[in-house]
Design a protein around this ligand. Structure first.
Ligand code: ADP
Ligand code: MG
Length: 349
C-alpha cells in the first residue's frame, strides 16, 4: 500500500463541513435567526417558512438593525458584536449568540440575503451570500429592523439535503423551536407562518398565559396553574434562585414529552433531568405514557451553569444538578397541591 498523501482541504470544503456542525436542518437556521433577532432587542419577530423551511426561511424583526457598513462583517467568519474576548465568555454571556458563525455558515450552504435598516438610518441596505460567495452591499428599501432570507438550504451539499425528513416533519421541528422562543419571551410578538398560512402569533404583551393561549389554544391555557418558588430566606447562597412558570392540570396531557418546556436563565434547554423532575412532582397522578404541559423558568447563578457544551446549545451542565432537580420538583408540587390537583402523600419538610 502507498503511504498516504496528506493535503490541506480547500477553504470551501472546510466551510461546508463546518456548516454541518451548526446547521443541521431548517429548524437550526430558524433557531439562529430568532436568537439574532432577540439579541437585537426586537419587540416583533415574524418567521415565515416555505416547504418545511427547505425552500425558504424568512425572519423579520424590528430590532436595532445592522448599519450598511457592517453588513459584510455580519456575514463573515467568527465576526460578532456580542463578545470581545475569552474573558467575556468567562463572565457569562448575556446574549443568546456569541460565536459569530451563524450567518457565515448559513451563507455557506444556501442563498442568504440580509437586509437591514437601523431605526435611525434613512436608507436600508442588503448583502447576499450564495454558497459562501459574498456579494456587494447594495441599497435596499426596507422597514426599520432586519430581514434575513435563506433560500434553497443545502443546495450545494446534496448529502445533507438528502438527510432531511418530510416537509411536515421539518416543519414540526421549526414549530417547536419558534414555540420555545415565543413562550420564553412573552414580551415579544412572535409569529410563525408556513406556506402562507399563519400557525400562531403571540401578542407580545408580557403575559405568559396569553402566549400559551396563542400557541397551544384555550383548552391548554385554561388548564395551566402558576408556579412560583423561591429558596428560603435562610439560604444565603442558594443554588437555585427562582422557579416560575406554568404547568398543566394532570389530566391535560399529550403522548410526548415535547410540551415540557424548560428554560435555564431564559435559555431553552432540553435537559431530561429537568423534565424528569417535573414528572416526579405529579406523583402517580399522570396516566401511563401521558405527559403534562409545562413552561418552566429556572434561575441559577450564571457561574453555576455551562451552556457552552454544544454549538446547538440545547444542553446544559449544572454544578449542582441535584439541587436544581429538587427545586423544580418542590416548585411544581407546591403549585399542584395549592390547586388541589394532587394529594400530598407524605408530610413534607
Ligand atoms: P453571533 O450571533 O454569534 O454574534 P451571527 O453570525 O449570528 O453571530 O451574527 C453576526 C452579527 O451580525 C451579530 O453579532 C450581530 O451584530 C449581527 N446581526 C445578526 N443578525 C442580526 C439582527 N437580526 N439584528 C441586528 N444585528 C444582527
Ligand atoms: Mg447569532
Amino acid at each position: 500500500m502507498e503511504p498516504p498523501n496528506i493535503e490541506r482541504l480547500d477553504e470551501r470544503t472546510v466551510q461546508r463541513i463546518a456548516a454541518g456542525e451548526v446547521v443541521e436542518r431548517p429548524a437550526s437556521v430558524v433557531k439562529e435567526l430568532i436568537e439574532n433577532s432577540l439579541d437585537a432587542g426586537a419587540s416583533r419577530v415574524a418567521v415565515s417558512v416555505e416547504a418545511g423551511g427547505t425552500e425558504g426561511v424568512r425572519v423579520r424583526d424590528d430590532g436595532v438593525g445592522i448599519p450598511a457598513d457592517q453588513l459584510e462583517a455580519a456575514v463573515a467568519e467568527h465576526a460578532t458584536s456580542k463578545i470581545g474576548d475569552i474573558e467575556d465568555l468567562d463572565h457569562g454571556v448575556g446574549t443568546l449568540g456569541f460565536r459569530g458563525e451563524a450567518l457565515y455558515t448559513v451563507g455557506a450552504v444556501s442563498r442568504l440575503t440580509v437586509r437591514s435598516r437601523p431605526p435611525g438610518a434613512d436608507a436600508g441596505a442588503e448583502i447576499t451570500v450564495e454558497g459562501g460567495e459574498v456579494g456587494e452591499v447594495r441599497p435596499a428599501g426596507c422597514p426599520a429592523g432586519t430581514t434575513v432570507e435563506v433560500e434553497d438550504l443545502f443546495y450545494n451539499t446534496p448529502a445533507r439535503k438528502k438527510f432531511l425528513k418530510r416537509t411536515a416533519t421539518e416543519f414540526d421541528r421549526i414549530n417547536t423551536v419558534v414555540t420555545g422562543y415565543a413562550l420564553a419571551n412573552p414580551d415579544v410578538a412572535v409569529s410563525l407562518e408556513h406556506d402562507g398560512r399563519e400557525t400562531f402569533a403571540t401578542e407580545g404583551n408580557g403575559d405568559l398565559r396569553s402566549a400559551v393561549l396563542a400557541v397551544y389554544g384555550r383548552e391548554v391555557a385554561e388548564a395551566m396553574v402558576d408556579v412560583e418558588w423561591e429558596p428560603s430566606d435562610s439560604d444565603v447562597d442558594p443554588p437555585v434562585r427562582r422557579v416560575t412558570g406554568l404547568v398543566s392540570h394532570p389530566e391535560t396531557t399529550r403522548s410526548t414529552r415535547e410540551y415540557l418546556a424548560t428554560y435555564v436563565n431564559d435559555r431553552y434547554v432540553t435537559a431530561s433531568a429537568l423534565r424528569e423532575a417535573v414528572l416526579e412532582a405529579y406523583g402517580g397522578q399522570l396516566a401511563p405514557d401521558r405527559y403534562p404541559f409545562a413552561v418552566l423558568f429556572v434561575e441559577v447563578p450564571p457561574g453555576d451553569v455551562d451552556v457552552n457544551v454544544h454549538p446547538r446549545k440545547l444542553e446544559v451542565r449544572f454544578d449542582e444538578e441535584p439541587a436544581v432537580r429538587a427545586a423544580i420538583e418542590e416548585a411544581v408540587e407546591a403549585a399542584l397541591l395549592d390547586h388541589g390537583l394532587i394529594r400530598s402523600t407524605a408530610p413534607r419538610g
